[in-house]
Design a binder for this molecule. Structure first.
Ligand code: IVH
Length: 733
C-alpha cells in the first residue's frame, strides 16, 4: 500500500493527493448529504487508503482539510474555551398560533409603517440537538465551538472534523461569489433516530454507556475527549444560519433564504422542508403540515422556527438580552403518556428540604424516556391523591422537567398504597421538622451526608465561590471518593488526591488546583457568606452583612438583634443566621476554611466604629421608627409564599429575580398549580400565564414584584392589582 507514492515524483504525488481529496469530498457529499452515492463503498475505501498511504509516506503532503482527518486520533486532556465573535442567542418560544400572532404584532410595533403583509418568514423545523458554530477562514475549517453559555463555547474542532456532513473546506459553489475570508456557520449537531438506536445497541453490547435520547447522545459524543471515538459516533451537522462573516466584495446575501442557498452551495446540509411563507396564514399551514409529518423525519424535531426573511428587517429588530426579536420558536404541544407510579423516593437538598420524587415505570414521552418526576412536597401528593401503584398521566413540554398531571383513579385495583411522608431523614436518619407556614419538611442535622453533598455543590457553584472549571461531575466524583466531606476539604486537595480519580491526568489536576487557588484568592467576605448556603442569605443579604460586620468573627458573635438591624435582614433571616453561627459543626467549618486560607475581611469598617450614615447601625433613623420603605424588621409580604417566573422581565434576569424572591423568604415553584401564590410574568410568558389565570393564581408584573420585595421606591404603596382582582383573589397585604 505504502509504495504507491514511490511511483510518483514529488510534484505528481502532490497533484494526486489533491485529486484524491477532491474525489473523496465529492463522493462523501453525494453519500452523506444527498444519499445518492455513485461509487461502491469499496471503491471509496480504496481511494481513502491510497490518500492515507500517500500522506503517511510524505508528511509534507498533509493538509488541514484532508478527509483522512475524519477518522480522528487526537486525544485531549480537557476542552478549552473560546469566546464567540457574535453571541449565540437563544430563541423565544410560543406555544400556540395565537401566541405566534402576538409575537408578530409586537414585532410590527417596532417597525413603524410596516404592515404584516410586508413581512415574509423563513420557516424551518426546529432541530433537537445542540447548537454549534463552525469557523472557516479562507475557506478552511479552523475551529468548531459549542454554544456554551452563548458568549463562550467549548472548542470541539477535532471531533467536528470527524463529522462527515461538516465540510473541511468550503465547496466551490456553481456560481461563485468569491469565498468569504471569514465565515461562521451556525447549526445543530444531532443524531438521526435510527443511528441513535444502532449506537445504543452497540454501546449495550460493548458495555459502553447508553443514552436517553438522540440529543444526549449527540451532546455526549461532541464533547468526547477522544476524537477517534467521536468519529465512530453517527453525528450530523445541519446548518441554520451564520455568525460573523467577512467578504472581499461585500456580502452577497440579503435574505435568510439566500443565506441558506449559499450555505448549501458551500457544501452544508440544511433542514428538510424549509420554506418561505409570505403571510401568517401560510406560516400556519406550513406548521400544520410539519406537525403531521414530523414523525417521519429521520431526526427529532421539537417545533418550528420562524425567522424574518429580510436581513435588513432582522437588523432593525435586533435582539433582547437573550433572544432575537426577529425569530421565534413554535414549540410542539406538550407530549403526554401513561405510566405506573412505582415508588416515591425522597431527595434531600442543600438546606435539608426533603423533596419527594416520583419513580416511574420508564415511559417515552414525546421522544424522551422519563423515569422520574418531581412532586414538590407532601401537600401536592395529598392534594392529587397520588398513590404508589397508580397509573398516572405524565407530561413534558420541551425541555421542561416532566410532571405528573394526574392519577387515573378509575384504573385503581385497590392494591395502591397511600404514601406516608417519612418522619426521619432518609439519608442520615435524623429528625425531620415541618415549620409552621412551610410546605416542606426539612432535615435539621447539619452533618447529614446528603445535605453536605448539596452544600459542597452550592459552595463551588456560580452562586457561591464560582470555582471555574470545577463542574458538577468532578465534584460528584470527589464526593464519591470521600475526598470532600466538607467544603473546606476542597482547599486541602492535593495533586495526588486528584490523580487517584479515574480519567484524571496531571494536566487536568493542575488545572483544578489552579482554579481552586484562584477562587481562594478572589474570595470576598460576601461571596464566602453566600457560598455557605445559610437559609435566607443570598448575594444581596451577604453583601449587607459583610458591610455591617466586616468579618466572620464579628458575625459569629452577633446577636439576633444586631442582625435584625441590618437592612435586608428580616426576622427569619436573622434567626437562620444566628442558628448557623451557633452550630458547633458550622463553627468548625469556618475554622477549617480559615486554616485553608479563606478568611476574607470586608474593607469598609464595621458597624459602630464608622459614623457615616451608610454604614448602618444606629445611624438609620427609619430603622427605629419602622417607616414605610424596605424595612428589615417587618416580615416580607413574600415570606412563605410560592413564586414562579415566566417570560422575559423588563429589568431583572431570572437568576436575580429568583434571588430576590428567595431573600424575601419566598419559595420558588417549579410549575403552575392552584397552590402557587404568585406568577410574575414578563414578555412572552408562554403557556404558564394561561394556566395560572385559569387556576386563579395572582399575576404580578415585575414592578409589583419589586414592590413586594421592598426593592422599589414606593414599597407596597399604591400598587394596582388589576389582575388579582380580575382573577377573584384578594390583593396581597
Ligand atoms: S435559528 C438566535 N433555526 O434552537 C438563534 N435555531 O431554542 C437563532 N435550533 O440555540 C437560531 N433548530 O440551537 C434556529 N432551524 C433552527 C433551529 C434552531 C434548532 C436551536 C438553536 C438555538 C435553540 C434555541
Amino acid at each position: 500500500m505504502a509504495d504507491s507514492h514511490q511511483t510518483h515524483t514529488p510534484y505528481a504525488a502532490r497533484a494526486r493527493a489533491a485529486e484524491l481529496r477532491e474525489l473523496l469530498e465529492y463522493h462523501g457529499r453525494l453519500y452523506h448529504l444527498l444519499d445518492a452515492p455513485v461509487i461502491a463503498d469499496a471503491e471509496y475505501d480504496g481511494l481513502f487508503r491510497e490518500l492515507l498511504a500517500l500522506e503517511e509516506a510524505c508528511p509534507e503532503l498533509k493538509d488541514p482539510a484532508s478527509p483522512t482527518l475524519r477518522i480522528g486520533g487526537a486525544v485531549l486532556d480537557s476542552l478549552s474555551t473560546r469566546a464567540h465573535s457574535l453571541p449565540m442567542y437563544s430563541l423565544d418560544n410560543v406555544f400556540s398560533m395565537a401566541e405566534g400572532r402576538e409575537f408578530v404584532r409586537k414585532m410590527l410595533r417596532l417597525l413603524p409603517g410596516a404592515d404584516e403583509r410586508d413581512i415574509a418568514f423563513w420557516m424551518e423545523p426546529k432541530l433537537d440537538g445542540l447548537a454549534m458554530e463552525l469557523i472557516y477562514e479562507k475557506g478552511l475549517l479552523v475551529c468548531a465551538l459549542t454554544r456554551g453559555d452563548g458568549e463562550t463555547g467549548e472548542e470541539v474542532t477535532e471531533n467536528m472534523r470527524t463529522v462527515r456532513t461538516v465540510p473541511l473546506r468550503l465547496a466551490s459553489p456553481p456560481s461563485p461569489p468569491s469565498p468569504p475570508s471569514l465565515l461562521e456557520v451556525r447549526g445543530e449537531v444531532l443524531m438521526n433516530k435510527k443511528d441513535f438506536a444502532a449506537l445504543n445497541l452497540r454501546q449495550q453490547k460493548t458495555g459502553g454507556r447508553t443514552f436517553a435520547n438522540p440529543r444526549n447522545a449527540a451532546a455526549g459524543s461532541v464533547r468526547q475527549l477522544d476524537s477517534a471515538e467521536a468519529a465512530r459516533r453517527p453525528l450530523r451537522f445541519i446548518a441554520y444560519g451564520i455568525g460573523k462573516t467577512e467578504w472581499v466584495k461585500g456580502s452577497p446575501w440579503s435574505t435568510q433564504q439566500e443565506i441558506m442557498r449559499g450555505l448549501r452551495d458551500f457544501g452544508f446540509a440544511a433542514a428538510p422542508g424549509a420554506a418561505l411563507c409570505s403571510s401568517l396564514e401560510a406560516v400556519e399551514q406550513w406548521y400544520d403540515a410539519l406537525v403531521r409529518e414530523r414523525e417521519s423525519f429521520p431526526f427529532e424535531s421539537d417545533g418550528a422556527v420562524a425567522k424574518v426573511n429580510s436581513l435588513a428587517l432582522q437588523e432593525k429588530l435586533g435582539f433582547t438580552a437573550r433572544a432575537p426579536r426577529f425569530a421565534v420558536a413554535f414549540k410542539f404541544e406538550a407530549a403526554q403518556a401513561r405510566t405506573r407510579l412505582e415508588d416515591i423516593l425522597i431527595q434531600v437538598g442543600r438546606t435539608g428540604v426533603l423533596t419527594p420524587v416520583a419513580q416511574l415505570a420508564p415511559v417515552n414521552v414525546g421522544g424522551v424516556v422519563v423515569r422520574r418526576a418531581t412532586l414538590h412536597n407532601e401537600d401536592e401528593i395529598r392534594a392529587g391523591d397520588l398513590r404508589i401503584g397508580d397509573t398516572v398521566l405524565v407530561r413534558r413540554a420541551g425541555d421542561v422537567i416532566p410532571e405528573i398531571v394526574a392519577a387515573l383513579t378509575e384504573l385503581r385495583s385497590g392494591e395502591e398504597q397511600v404514601f406516608v411522608f417519612p418522619e426521619r431523614c432518609p439519608s442520615c436518619g435524623g429528625q425531620v421538622v415541618r415549620e409552621a407556614g412551610e410546605a416542606a419538611r426539612r432535615c435539621v442535622n447539619r452533618a447529614c451526608p446528603a445535605v453536605r453533598r448539596e452544600a459542597v455543590r452550592h459552595f463551588v457553584s456560580k452562586a457561591g465561590l464560582d470555582v471555574q472549571g470545577l463542574g458538577d461531575k468532578l465534584v460528584e466524583r470527589l464526593l464519591d471518593a470521600g475526598r470532600l466531606n466538607d467544603p473546606a476539604a476542597l482547599f486541602r486537595l492535593q495533586e495526588k488526591d486528584l490523580l487517584d480519580l479515574e480519567r484524571m491526568g496531571k494536566k487536568a489536576a493542575a488545572k483544578v488546583l489552579k482554579a481552586l487557588d484562584e477562587a481562594r484568592k478572589k474570595t470576598t467576605l460576601p461571596r464566602l457568606l453566600a457560598a455557605l448556603g445559610i437559609r435566607h442569605v443570598g448575594e444581596q443579604t451577604a453583601k449587607a452583612l459583610a458591610r455591617e460586620f466586616g468579618s466572620m468573627e464579628a458575625l459569629t458573635a452577633a446577636e439576633a438583634d444586631d442582625l435584625r438591624r441590618v437592612r435586608d435582614v428580616g426576622p427569619e433571616a436573622a434567626a437562620s443566621i444566628r442558628d448557623f453561627f451557633a452550630s458547633p459543626g458550622n463553627r468548625e467549618l469556618l475554622r477549617a476554611l480559615k486554616e485553608a486560607g479563606l478568611c476574607p475581611a470586608e474593607e469598609t469598617s464595621p458597624s459602630g466604629t464608622d459614623p457615616s450614615p451608610s454604614s448602618g447601625g444606629e445611624a438609620h433613623p427609619d430603622k427605629e421608627t419602622g417607616n414605610a420603605g424596605a424595612q428589615p424588621a417587618r416580615p416580607s409580604p413574600l415570606a412563605g409564599k410560592t413564586v414562579l417566573f415566566t417570560g422575559t422581565l423588563p429589568s431583572l434576569g431570572r437568576r436575580e429575580a429568583s434571588r430576590l424572591a428567595e431573600e424575601a423568604g419566598a419559595t420558588l415553584a417549579g410549575s403552575v398549580s392552584a397552590r402557587l401564590d404568585y406568577l410574575v410574568a414578563g414578555d412572552n410568558p408562554g403557556s404558564k400565564l394561561a394556566k395560572a389565570e385559569a387556576a386563579g393564581v395572582a399575576i404580578l408584573a415585575e414592578a409589583d414584584f419589586l414592590r413586594l420585595t421592598g426593592r422599589s421606591e414606593n414599597s407596597q404603596a399604591g400598587s394596582t392589582w388589576k389582575r388579582n382582582v380580575a382573577a377573584g383573589r384578594p390583593a396581597p397585604s
